[in-house]
Each structure stands twice: as C-alpha cells, then as structure tokens.
Write a protein that binds this ligand. Structure first.
Ligand SMILES: Nc1ncnc2c1ncn2[C@@H]1O[C@H](COP(=O)(O)OP(=O)(O)O)[C@@H](O)[C@H]1O
Ligand SMILES: [Mg+2]
Length: 253
C-alpha cells in the first residue's frame, strides 16, 4: 500500500484512522501489525483484505491495483487470495465444524462432494479431523479458533489475515493457534496478524507498529518465538508430535 489514508465520517465528524501509510507485505512473510486500541490496526487489515477501500492512496495485491476494480471484481480477488480469522471466531453456533468450514465454498459454487472433501482436509490441517460434527458449543475456544482457521484455509488462500486471533483465548490455546499460523507460514502462506500483544507479535518475522494511524516502527524480529518450542516447554503434545514419536518407535522395532 502506498500513501494510504482512511477517513471515516461519523455524524458529520471526520475520524482519521490512517494517515499516509505506506508498506509492502511480501509473499511468504509473517508480519504482525501492532499498536494500541484505536491506532488503526483493524482499518489497515480491512483495507489490506479488500473489505474496505482507502479514502486516498493506492493498494495493490499480486501486482494488481485494486482501486479500479468493481465490487464484484474485488470480491472475486478476495475470495481467491485471502482467508480471514477474527478474534470472536464468527462461527455459526448450531452448525458442525465441517459445515462451518464448507461455508465459503457454498458461495463459490463448489459441488457438495468436493466441499466435503476440502473441508475435511482443512480440518485435518488444524488437527481437528476427529471433530467434524462438533458444534462450536461442543468445542474449546482454541478448537473453535482452529475451525475458523480451517474455514479461512478451505479456499486455498495465498494470504491469511488474522485480527487478534488469540484475543479470546487462554495462553495455552493462544500458543496453539500461533503454532498453526507459523505452520501455515512455513508452508508458504503469507500471514498478517493484527495484535496489541507484543508476545503474540514476536511469533512473526516482522513487526509494524501503528500509532494514531501512522507507522512508527517497522522492524525485523530478532528474538522470534517458536510456538512449537513453547508448547513442548508447557508440556503440550500436538497430534503431529505423537505421530512423530510413534513413527520413530515403529522404525526402531
Ligand atoms: N466505521 C467507523 N466509523 C467511524 N470511526 C471509525 C470506524 N471504524 C474505526 N473508526 C475509528 O478509527 C480509529 C481506528 O480504529 P481501528 O482501526 O478499529 O483501530 P484498532 O483496530 O487499532 O483498535 C479509531 O479512532 C476508531 O474509533
Ligand atoms: Mg481492532
């Protein structure tokens, strides 16, 4: 984005949420957008995610300037490239995990059998292949956020945008969610996390800090946290760990 400004009109009063923000997010990067409440993080994410348009400035994604696109073209670009994860999970309450994950494909006109196959595959990627029919109420907060991540992945996006993905989670579930986001990034997906939490941000390669709609810091993270190391320090085992141990035991015998 180049020189992006966003002004909201609220009952005749102008609120400047972003003032001349320029930044590149590179393919395959994991970036955190940090800053206190009201600094413009969500506004930035909505603009990067093509959910909202800037008041001034240029946004381009994969070389395409998005300013000239119609709402339908924007929606198509968004559906093709971007997956969203929100603080409050935004899952349908009376609907099972698999059906929640299938939703973005319903609007995409994918056949029922294909939807089901892709939803199950996405749930396996977040280690919930054994919870296909659980409704959100039957899942922990961390599991609900993993369902939401699977829903973001089901369209095979090249970019995942997460707005305070650990905001409603206890610290263990938060680390688990960060582990999944780090795994996705290691698999080549560009990950952008919005957070006010410095510890969450330290899981990225780069931190961009906003204050009052202006970038005040843009730095590489020197002491990056590895969520999988943190999980083993906390004595947490992931399904992948268990498989690795069983695999080794099998080889030895
Ligand atoms: N739809 C809106 N209408 C008017 N003002 C808004 C709207 N959305 C956000 N703002 C204002 O823009 C500023 C930045 O908000 P936001 O991007 O949500 O910040 P953050 O996510 O960092 O808390 C705040 O002052 C907020 O009150
Ligand atoms: Mg916000």
């Amino acid at each position: 984005m180049h020189d992006v400004t966003k002004v909201y009109q609220l009952e005749g009063i102008e609120v400047r949420a972003l003032c001349g923000v320029s930044m590149d997010i590179h393919e395959g990067e994991m970036v955190s957008i940090m800053g206190p409440s009201g600094s413009g993080k969500s506004t930035l994410m909505h603009i990067v995610g093509l959910l909202d348009r800037p008041s001034a400035g240029v946004v381009s994604i994969e070389g395409e300037v998005v300013g000239d696109l119609s709402p339908n073209q924007l929606a198509a670009l968004r559906n093709e490239h971007i997956g969203f994860v929100f603080q409050s999970f935004n899952l349908l309450a009376r609907t099972g995990a698999q059906a929640n994950v299938e939703l973005p494909l319903v609007y995409g006109g994918v056949s029922g059998a294909e939807r089901s196959r892709r939803a199950r595959e996405a749930l396996e990627r977040v280690e919930l292949g054994d919870r296909l029919n659980h409704t959100p109420g039957q899942l922990s907060g961390g599991q609900q956020q993993r369902v939401a991540i699977a829903r973001a992945l089901v369209t095979s996006p090249s970019i995942v945008l997460a707005d305070e993905p650990t905001g409603n989670l206890d610290s263990r579930s938060g680390v688990e969610v960060m582990g999944i986001l780090q795994d996705l990034n290691a698999q080549g997906i560009t990950v952008v996390i919005v957070t006010h939490d410095a510890n969450v941000a330290r899981h990225s390669q780069r931190i961009v800090e906003l204050r009052d709609g202006v970038i005040v810091r843009d730095e590489t993270v020197a002491d990056r946290l590895d969520a999988h190391d943190e999980m083993s320090q906390l004595g947490m085992n992931t399904a992948a760990d268990v498989e690795a141990v069983l695999g080794t035991a099998g080889d030895a015998s």
